[in-house]
Ligand binder design. Structure first.
Ligand SMILES: [Zn+2]
Length: 242
């Protein structure tokens, strides 16, 4: 033992380190999916909150108070979700996998609407073919939204380039997209902000995944659950681009 180490007081801070605050380790805060129990980053999961009387609701803005439970938005995990939520919230959950998938699909659609409205308010949204093509030419288009009924707009050369590069998603109808920006209809929207584009893309992927899970659950429960078919007319706002 050297003299220096023997005389150094134990409380002496090391240079540049505040002993009251341990150094921050850059580590993603992982969450466990209640269905498969695998850990994942929050961006890969959806947060759900207990809504009373054996029901749960997706909290896509992640701002709801109360304890949350996390779930992969994929068919396999939605199938096991009622039991997983029951364990997590310590009370039986009465919703079927198809009902949970439908809740998630609707919540994802509402979240896309909110994100696009925010993009429009902050002037990060180009509307209509001419404005969208200008943004594409200037390399400012971060995500192209093509209404699922906008076949002719989708055929434009500039649009096809973005579609081929994987920068486009199909979502909503011309009427729905137009309504977001005070027009009768709009077939094309370009999001020009990276953060908003990523959020919109992830949320649309979630909506598609929920619709897929819902159709899987519906077909699995055919016959015993005929009432679900009565809701099929609500599913048309979110489909893949052909
Ligand atoms: Zn899972």
């Amino acid at each position: 033992m050297t003299r220096a180490s023997a005389t150094r007081p134990h409380t002496e801070p090391q240079p540049g380190v505040n002993p009251a605050r341990p150094p921050r380790v850059a580590k993603a805060r992982l969450r466990s999916c209640v269905a498969c129990r695998q850990k994942a980053a929050p961006e890969q999961l959806t947060r759900w909150v207990f809504a009373g009387s054996g029901s749960v609701l997706p909290d896509l803005g992640q701002g709801e108070f109360g304890r949350g439970a996390w779930l992969h938005p994929i068919p396999d995990c939605l199938r096991k979700a009622p039991g997983g939520f029951g364990r997590s919230f310590k009370t039986p959950i009465n919703s079927s996998p198809a009902e949970l998938a439908e809740l998630l699909g609707s919540a994802a659609d509402r979240r896309v609407v909110a994100l696009l409205a925010a993009a429009y308010r902050s002037r990060k949204l180009a509307v209509g073919r001419t404005a969208v093509e200008l943004e594409i030419e200037a390399d400012r288009c971060r995500l192209l939204l093509v209404a699922t009924d906008a076949k002719s707009a989708a055929r434009a050369t500039q649009v096809q380039k973005i579609v081929a590069a994987g920068g486009a998603v199909g979502w909503g109808t011309k009427e729905l997209l137009g309504g977001l920006v005070g027009r009768t209809e709009a077939g094309l929207l370009a999001v020009t902000d990276d953060g908003l584009a990523n959020a919109v893309k992830a949320t649309i992927a979630m909506a598609h995944s929920a619709r897929l899970a819902q159709s899987v659950a519906d077909s699995g429960a055919a016959g015993s659950r005929q009432r679900v078919s009565q809701r099929s007319d609500q599913k048309k706002s979110s489909t893949e681009v052909g």
